[in-house]
Write a protein that binds this ligand. Structure first.
Ligand SMILES: Cc1cc2nc3c(=O)[nH]c(=O)nc-3n(C[C@H](O)[C@H](O)[C@H](O)COP(=O)(O)OP(=O)(O)OC[C@H]3O[C@@H](n4cnc5c(N)ncnc54)[C@H](O)[C@@H]3O)c2cc1C
Length: 371
């Protein structure tokens, strides 16, 4: 996006990509259909140590701008849920569109470009194994650490450090969580069971699906809250949001038995999870107090994850180049004129649902229009 905007303004642009093709992450995104933006994109949908930083770029390149581009290329798409827009066919449509736009803007793309050294004298000199490039501006858009097997590197952070820019500690985000051994043995044989929950941590909460995995928890609610979680914090999970599981017992005619409670619980939760929860949290007695405690536990299941599944499984990397180092309008370094950092390598991370790509397009456009 940055190359396209700069190329359209007549700049000579070289994209140096170390992989053998562009946009591998686009191809695997959104389960192969690329959730390319979100209709409800708000600054609140992003984490950053400076929550105001992303506002300017997001306001100047909106989901509507990207949708207009998608429509210009006649790419069919649909809203899946919660404003999330996906390709009808394949993520290849989005990559093809960006490649076509690069071509039309006269952008040169160099694949297999292994960068060995970057130096700054009067301009920037970038040495690859095959060539040397000189330019008055250098844009670093090499992403975060997520999914090393498709080419993620620490290059962006290393380069930022080389030029004396501060980094906020990177950590995996939008990532499944690993339960500690006791909870793992209690729940993980339920692999594949999912339920709508509210997951809360650090003042944030998400009401979406949770999925039990063979080592812990995943699903949208967990992925979302994982970006806010730091060891050893607790995460609180309401496994029956909006339901009062024991309300039926206000009727004196209803017998206070495990069978009656199980039948109520199964109306709200998948049977296997309901049964397991009851086994592990059987009410101590049938008094109103004991039932209230049972109710409260189900709405505030407190877990302390052992860890996350790490960068191998994380959709994004939280943290990154400190936003204090960059202009919010152009993404240019304040200390090193001509050096730009964009997208995921910067300390701005979106929620699940197309926000990370919208940030990538918006921060790319912001720099591309300034170069
Ligand atoms: C499985 C998965 C699914 C996702 N699905 C979605 C989704 O549906 N919607 C959404 O909004 N977000 C999604 N994301 C997040 C989104 O893909 C990223 O936030 C986004 O791609 C970040 O863009 P980027 O350009 O900063 O980094 P990247 O897309 O990672 O691009 C960085 C590029 O730099 C190259 N590179 C790295 N190091 C070097 C180097 N040393 N020299 C030269 N080139 C280098 C890489 O090969 C890569 O091509 C998903 C992420 C994953 C992992």
């Amino acid at each position: 996006m940055c190359a396209i905007e700069a190329g359209k303004r007549g700049r000579r642009v070289a994209v140096l990509e170390h992989a053998d093709r562009l946009g591998k992450k686009i191809l695997i995104s959104g389960g192969g259909r690329c959730n390319f933006t979100n209709l409800h994109c708000q600054p609140e949908s992003f984490l950053s140590s400076n929550p105001h930083f992303a506002k300017s770029a997001l306001a100047r390149y909106t989901p509507g701008d990207f949708i207009a581009l998608v429509e210009k290329h006649r790419i069919p798409y649909h809203e899946k849920t919660l404003g999330q827009l996906f390709c009808d066919r394949s993520a290849r449509d989005i990559l093809g569109m960006l490649e076509e736009e690069c071509h039309a803007a006269g952008v040169s793309i160099f694949l297999n470009a292994k960068i060995q050294e970057v130096r700054r004298t009067t301009d920037f000199a970038v040495h690859t194994t095959a060539a040397e490039f000189h330019a008055p501006a250098l844009v670093v858009a090499t992403g975060g650490l997520s999914i090393p097997k498709i080419g993620a590197t620490s290059f962006g952070y290393d380069l930022a450090r080389q030029f004396g820019l501060k980094i906020r500690d990177p950590r995996p985000g939008l990532v499944p969580l690993v339960l500690e051994p006791q909870d793992r043995s209690r729940y993980c044989d339920l692999t594949g069971v999912s339920a709508e929950v509210i997951a809360s941590c650090d003042g944030q909460q998400f009401r979406e699906k949770m999925l039990v995995t063979h080592r812990g928890l995943s699903g949208p609610a967990i992925l979302q809250i994982s970006s806010y979680w730091k060891k050893p914090q607790e995460i609180s999970i309401d496994i029956a949001p909006g339901s009062e599981l024991t309300a039926v017992f206000r009727d004196p005619k209803v017998p206070r038995t495990l069978a009656a409670l199980r039948s109520e619980f199964r109306k709200t939760l998948p049977a296997r999870l309901a049964d397991r929860w009851l086994e592990l949290h059987t009410p101590a007695s049938w008094t109103n107090t004991a039932l209230a405690e049972f109710e409260q536990q189900a709405h505030a299941w407190s877990i302390t994850p052992e860890s996350t599944e790490g960068y191998e499984k994380a959709e994004v990397t939280c943290g990154g180049v400190d936003t204090d180092e960059l202009s919010a309008k152009t993404m240019e370094s304040r200390k090193v004129p001509g050096l730009y950092f964009l997208r995921e390598v910067v300390d701005v991370t979106g929620h699940l649902g197309g926000f990370n790509f919208q940030w990538a397009w918006a921060s790319g456009a912001a720099a591309g229009r300034a170069l």
